[in-house]
Design a protein around this ligand. Structure first.
Ligand code: ARG
Length: 461
């Protein structure tokens, strides 16, 4: 019955409307295996503190094992009167171990320190799972970059042709951003690697329990230093939501480009049939739905982060029931990424690039003008003058409807005495690319090195 956790002080049970509002089993059930692991660890420290004899410990542990098996097989599920996963599992334990043994487990713990611990355990597992899926996207980008090493494309700023770059250089730019997201999860894990179990409701326990032992049992390096902080802080959830949102935003930038690149106007890529959809009315359509859903879901993950931050804002210490609202946003973030990322890495890995089209457009829009200016600087001309001269070349070409490389030696001399025939060396895409050969540049040799660096980071992550 609903009185089971706090019957003593109350004359009657909660109103149906309160029970309905309070209930969280429909979303916190996924914490059940972690709750049982926490209970096992707690039973052992109760035994260590002399509060549970060896026999009772054995019965308790075997009942918890049975309960876990029953949760897994769904022989045990939540009942209408269970408020949350913790209540339900206590009921399940008592059903299996009897009220005398089962009723001893709650000593020295509260759902406040329980949930704060289980939530960390769940998120640490999923941080690892999501990171692995992000690394699959990185692998797909690295694979494409490796396959197309040497292919030039128009690099853009403001969406306008800017300078030619290697396609691999562009793809690896996305890979680096995602590798940083993976690093963020690793950094986050170091901060989240502490267990609040033993904090009780807020003040700690008087029963001689050993929070460090529970922490180690549950895979944490240490117990939290402050029981109030341990039970009331949720910055680890907010940070998880931020990293999720950042990852989705990084993915959305690849998504947006894929959508553009797959248009007739760009013609840079063709989507694989298995990662595109058709139209129910237009027979010719092949739609980039994976990329569009990725773009859309980035907004949803930003919403998860903002919603959680709004819940946490100005919340006084210590635990407040508002904190029950911390779970759905981050569970949504986890579920969204775990369904999105496999589709996204599949889409990227199966993109067919069209090198002829990319290379044809690479030098267009006078994207070699900067190369003229920098060539002049290498001849000792001040950049201010060099910029003007290169600009004059563009104007001349625009008026005559020709390209920069169509200018003859005479044309060039007329524009500026500094423009000797040597400038032709950089008036080609390969010349331009090769000249950008400092670390981080788009020269083929540099990009080949960068590719190995990114691949190695992905392997080690
Ligand atoms: N279900 C709650 C939560 O997720 C934990 C229970 C704490 N409830 C309480 N009344 N102290 O935050």
């Amino acid at each position: 019955d609903r009185l089971s956790l706090w019957g003593g002080r109350f004359a009657g049970g909660p109103a149906d409307a309160l029970a309905a509002l309070s209930k969280s089993t429909h979303f916190d059930w996924r914490l059940a295996p972690y709750d049982i692991a926490g209970s096992r660890a707690h039973a052992k420290v109760l035994h260590g503190a002399g509060l549970l004899d060896a026999d009772a410990l054995r019965q308790m542990l075997s009942a918890l094992d049975q309960l876990l098996a029953d949760v897994r097989s769904e022989a045990f599920t939540s009942a209408p009167d269970d408020e949350d996963v913790h209540t339900a599992l206590e009921r399940g334990l008592i059903e299996r171990a009897g009220a005398d043994v089962g009723g001893r487990l709650r000593a020295g713990r509260s759902r406040n320190d329980q949930v704060a611990t289980l939530f960390r355990m769940y998120l640490r597992d999923h941080a690892r799972a999501v990171s692995a899926l992000v690394l699959d996207v990185v692998d797909a980008l690295v694979l494409q970059a490796r396959t197309h090493l040497g292919v030039a494309m128009p690099g853009r700023t403001h969406m306008q042709h800017a300078q030619p770059v290697l396609l691999s250089h562009h793809l690896l730019a996305h890979a680096w951003a995602l590798l940083r997201d993976v690093q963020r999860w690793q950094d986050w894990d170091r901060r989240t690697d502490e267990s609040p179990y033993g904090s009780g409701a807020l003040a700690g326990s008087s029963l001689g329990l050993d929070p460090e032992a529970v922490a180690h049992d549950l895979g944490f390096s240490r117990a939290t230093a402050n029981s109030i902080d341990g039970t009331a802080s949720r910055d680890f959830v907010a940070e998880f939501c931020f990293i999720s949102a950042m990852t989705a935003v990084d993915i959305s930038r690849i998504a947006e480009e894929t959508i553009l690149w797959a248009t007739k106007e760009f013609g840079f890529v063709t989507l694989d049939d298995s990662y595109s959809t058709g139209s129910s009315i237009m027979p010719q359509k092949k739609n980039p739905d994976v990329a569009e859903l990725a773009r859309g879901k980035a907004g949803r993950l930003i919403g998860d982060l903002s919603g959680l931050m709004a819940t946490l804002k100005a919340l006084p210490l210590a635990y407040n029931r508002d904190l029950q609202e911390d779970k759905e946003p981050v569970f949504d973030a986890v579920d969204t990424l775990e369904v999105l990322l496999p589709a996204f890495s599949g889409m990227v890995a199966t993109l067919t690039f069209h090198p002829e089209r990319l290379e044809e457009l690479a030098p267009q829009g006078f994207s070699l003008a900067t190369d003229i200016a920098e060539w002049l600087v290498r001849q000792g001309v001040p950049f201010r003058v060099a910029h003007e001269v290169a600009g004059a070349c563009v104007r001349e070409c625009e008026e005559r409807g020709v390209e920069l490389w169509d200018l003859t030696d005479d044309d060039l001399q007329r524009i500026s005495k500094h423009l000797t025939p040597g400038v032709h060396d950089v008036l080609s895409v390969p010349g331009s690319l090769a000249s950008r050969d400092a670390v981080g540049g788009t020269a083929p040799a540099r990009v080949a090195e960068q590719l190995e660096l990114a691949a190695a980071e992905a392997r080690q992550a």
